[in-house]
Design a protein around this ligand. Structure first.
Ligand SMILES: [Mg+2]
Length: 283
C-alpha cells in the first residue's frame, strides 16, 4: 500500500504531461525536419487529459480487451499521438529517433498495423467517427464497459460520413462514445470556417442527440472538467467535446507564425522551439 501511495504522489502532473508531449513532438519533428507540429502543439493538452486523467489502459498490454480505445481520425496528427504514447510508456522513448523513417513503427500518418496504441489507420479523413460507431456498438454487444474516444479535426466536419456517424451514434444512444473535435480553424484549404461554415456547432451536435461541452482546449482545468462531465453524463447519448485550440501552443514564435495547415520549420528552429517551450514551462 505504501508503494502505491508513493508512486501516485510522485506521478507527473498533467501540466508536466502536456509539456512532455509537446517536447516529444518537437524532438520528432527535428528528427525528420518536418511534421504537423502546429497541430501537435495545439492538441497536447487534450491528449494529456485523455491519457493521464480520463482513459483506462495498460501501457504494457496495449491490446488489453478492457482498454478504452483512442481513435485518431486525423491521421496526420500521428506525431502528437506518438508523443503521448511515448509519455504513456506504450512506445519506448528511444523510438522517437526513428520517426518518419523507413521500417519505423512511427510513420508520418497513423497506421494501425505499425504502431502499438494506434487503433485505426488514418490518411483518408472523415472516417474515425464511423469506425467509432461500429466499435461502440460492438463493445456494447460484448457487455464491455470500455469507451471509444475519437479525435478528429474541424476540417473533417466537411465530410458527409462524419455527419452520418454523428446521426448514427445519436440513434444508437452510444453513451460509450466520447469524441473530441479540434477546432483550430485551419485545414488544408484555409481557415475551416471559411472553407465550409460549421457553426453553430454546439447547437447542431445537440440536435443530433449528443451531450456537448465546448472549452478552450488549451486550458487544462477546463479540459479536465469537460472530460469529467462527458464521462459523468447520466443520459444514454454520445458525448462530444468541442475543443477550441491555438496552433503552435506553447512555442510563441510558432503561435504567431502565419497560419498554414503545414507550417514550415527551418532546421535551426527546432532547437529554438524546444528552448522556447522550456522557457515557458509552467510549474
Ligand atoms: Mg483543423
Amino acid at each position: 500500500m505504501e508503494t502505491i501511495t508513493k508512486t501516485f504522489t510522485n506521478a507527473p502532473t498533467l501540466v508536466e504531461r502536456a509539456h512532455n508531449i509537446r517536447r516529444n513532438a518537437l524532438r520528432m519533428g527535428e528528427v525528420q525536419g518536418q511534421g504537423y507540429i502546429a497541430q501537435a502543439l495545439d492538441i497536447s493538452d487534450v491528449l494529456a487529459v485523455a491519457y493521464f486523467h480520463a482513459m483506462r489502459y495498460r501501457p504494457e498490454d496495449p491490446t488489453w480487451e478492457g482498454r478504452d480505445r483512442f481513435l485518431l481520425s486525423n491521421g496526420h496528427y500521428a506525431i502528437a499521438l506518438y508523443a503521448a504514447l511515448i509519455e504513456a510508456g506504450i512506445i519506448p522513448e528511444t523510438e522517437l529517433e526513428t520517426y518518419g523513417f523507413d521500417e519505423s513503427r512511427l510513420p508520418m500518418s497513423g497506421m494501425a498495423s505499425y504502431t502499438p496504441g494506434m487503433e485505426m489507420s488514418g490518411g483518408s479523413l472523415g472516417l474515425g467517427l464511423s469506425i467509432a460507431v461500429g466499435m461502440g456498438l460492438g463493445l456494447k454487444r460484448k457487455g464491455s464497459s470500455a469507451r471509444v474516444y475519437t479525435l478528429f479535426s474541424d476540417g473533417e466536419l466537411d465530410e458527409g460520413s462524419v455527419w452520418e456517424a454523428i446521426q448514427s451514434a445519436g440513434h444508437h444512444k452510444l453513451d460509450n462514445m466520447i469524441a473530441i473535435v479540434d477546432v483550430n480553424n485551419q485545414q488544408a484549404d484555409g481557415p475551416s470556417t471559411q472553407v465550409m461554415a460549421f457553426e453553430p456547432l454546439v447547437d447542431k451536435l445537440k440536435a443530433f442527440g449528443w451531450f456537448v461541452r465546448r472549452v478552450d482546449g488549451n486550458d487544462l482545468d477546463a479540459v479536465i472538467a469537460a472530460f469529467d462531465a462527458a464521462k459523468a453524463d447520466p443520459d444514454p447519448r454520445p458525448r462530444m467535446i468541442v475543443a477550441d485550440t491555438l496552433m503552435g501552443k506553447g512555442v510563441p514564435f510558432l503561435e504567431q507564425r502565419e497560419k498554414n495547415h503545414f507550417i514550415r520549420v527551418e532546421a535551426h528552429e527546432w532547437q529554438l522551439a524546444l528552448a522556447a517551450l522550456e522557457a515557458g514551462r509552467q510549474s
